[in-house]
Write a protein of this length. Structure first.
Length: 299
């Protein structure tokens, strides 16, 4: 939908801006044999891998897919083939969203060319050396080409040609990557539309329904959990938070303060229910007794 397109565009723009800042402040080619390749590929690949992982981590579908799968309450799969198809569809959708940032990073860095020039400089063949120049000496000289201050004046023309060649290769690879991604996305949407059992307008209705259902469900979760938690807080303190006129407050005992303090995980109380917190557990176990103090009396 439009929100997905806008979200992907924002992610792409942020990635482009981050890449420019990252390149400006941190990238400095070592210009040394054996180190250029590792350094250049690290700057190309590692940020893309991190962005891919972050893309998966920020997608709610990832956690919907994996959360609670080891629970003993999981029912048997009704249809394994249908389940596999659904999982594959969700994984493809998640991967498509997660690839926006890393592909943008790779495309922008390849079009920029600096990382590729650094990584591949020592592997270019240049016919500007005398017969006495060994292969190791040639590699050492080529590895220094990304750093103009390390190149002798007589090799400045060779350096310019090598840099231009590598930038050409890098930019062509970047544009090819963009073309492949655009074509793949277009064909994927076409295939998904062809396989859809819904008509065009019915599909739009379904997308809007799912979006509105999720919004309403989130609102209900917030209101329901607030009202449920309010009952437990009221039992502990003796009044409803936000009340304009409180006639009495409850004074919790030291034992009760200790009972709700500390760390706790979900506590299963029966086959269908959990206690969500220590206060929740206390409110369900303990009677509403204790010391009360009236607040509407004159001192």
């Amino acid at each position: 939908g439009k929100e997905a397109v806008l979200s992907n565009a924002i992610i792409a723009m942020l990635t482009i801006g981050g890449q420019q800042l990252f390149s400006f402040f941190t990238f400095s080619c070592p210009c040394h044999v054996g180190q250029n390749l590792i350094y250049g590929l690290a700057f190309l690949g590692v940020p893309a891998l991190i962005l891919l992982i972050v893309g998966y981590a920020l997608n709610n579908q990832t956690w919907r897919l994996v959360t609670g799968k080891s629970s003993p309450l999981q029912e048997a799969k009704p249809n394994k083939l249908l389940q596999c198809k659904l999982i594959c569809f969700v994984l493809c959708s998640m991967t498509g969203r997660a690839l926006v940032a890393p592909v943008t990073w790779l495309a922008v860095t390849l079009i920029n060319g600096s990382y590729y020039v650094c990584a591949m400089s020592e592997f270019v063949s240049v016919p500007y050396y005398g017969a006495n120049v060994t292969v190791n000496e040639q590699k050492t000289t080529l590895a220094a080409f990304p750093c103009s201050q390390l190149v002798p004046p007589e090799l400045s023309r060779a350096r310019d040609e090598v840099i231009l060649l590598l930038r050409y290769q890098s930019q062509v690879a970047g544009w090819l990557l963009i073309a492949v991604v655009v074509i793949t996305v277009f064909l994927s949407y076409c295939l998904a539309s062809c396989l859809s059992p819904l008509s065009f307008l019915h599909f739009r209705y379904w997308i809007n329904y799912v979006h509105n259902e999720q919004e309403l469900f989130d609102e209900a979760i917030d209101q329901h959990s607030r009202l449920y938690a309010m009952q437990h807080v009221k039992k502990f303190f003796g009044f409803v938070p936000g009340s304009e006129k409180v006639k009495a407050i409850r004074i919790p005992s030291l034992r009760e303060w200790r009972a709700i303090s500390g760390l706790a995980f979900l506590k299963r109380v029966d086959e269908e229910h959990y206690d969500y917190s220590l206060l929740h557990d206390w409110a369900l176990r303990e009677p509403a007794t204790g010391k009360y103090l009236r607040t509407d009396e004159d001192p």
